[in-house]
Design a protein around this ligand. Structure first.
Ligand code: NI
Length: 171
């Protein structure tokens, strides 16, 4: 197992669409393990494969609070099949946009279909924090980031800030 470097904006692959996983090979199983290790190390509550530069539709999450038992959840080829009309607001952050947090409004409940690491198919109804995390991580697989839900002013400001940081690091 290995902790893999987490890419930050404006890395182009964070804006690309990830490919579905065809067969769950040992490589995919290692990827899932590495993603958990990377997420817990960060620490974060969710991570999508494109955030470590792997363009596969794989996400890992753990919605448990600090005092709770870990609840690791990995989803391969997740697909949101239903969203509630009721919304909830949650202050979101993203490991690819470090130390930046903003309120985002999303459907309160979602239903997601996915494969686990054994290739078993599942359908899960997610509420509250888990619903927010699933929607945020599935967005990553389509090259979408939580800052896309903010006003253009706020989004442009944070993108500019990270472009500057990247420029400084490269020079
Ligand atoms: Ni994120």
């Amino acid at each position: 197992m290995a902790i893999r470097p987490i890419l930050h904006i404006p890395t182009p692959c964070l804006r690309e669409v990830a490919k579905p996983v065809g067969e769950i090979t040992d490589e995919i199983k290692v990827l899932v393990k590495d993603m958990f290790e990377t997420m817990y190390d960060a620490p974060g509550v969710g991570l999508a494969a494109p955030q470590i530069g792997v363009m596969h539709r794989v996400i890992v999450m753990d919605p448990a609070g600090e005092e709770e038992e870990p609840r690791p959840l990995a989803m391969i080829n997740p697909e949101i099949i239903w969203l509630s009309a009721e919304l909830r607001v949650h202050q979101e952050g993203c490991l690819s946009i470090p130390e930046y947090y903003e309120d985002v409004e999303r459907p309160d409940v979602c239903k997601v279909e996915f494969l686990d690491e054994q290739g078993e198919s599942h359908e899960l109804t997610c509420e509250g924090l888990l619903s927010t995390i699933v929607q945020h991580e599935v967005d990553h697989l389509d090259g979408k980031l939580f800052i896309d839900y903010l006003s253009r002013l706020k989004r442009d400001r944070v993108i500019k800030k990270f472009q500057k940081i990247a420029k400084r690091a490269a020079s």
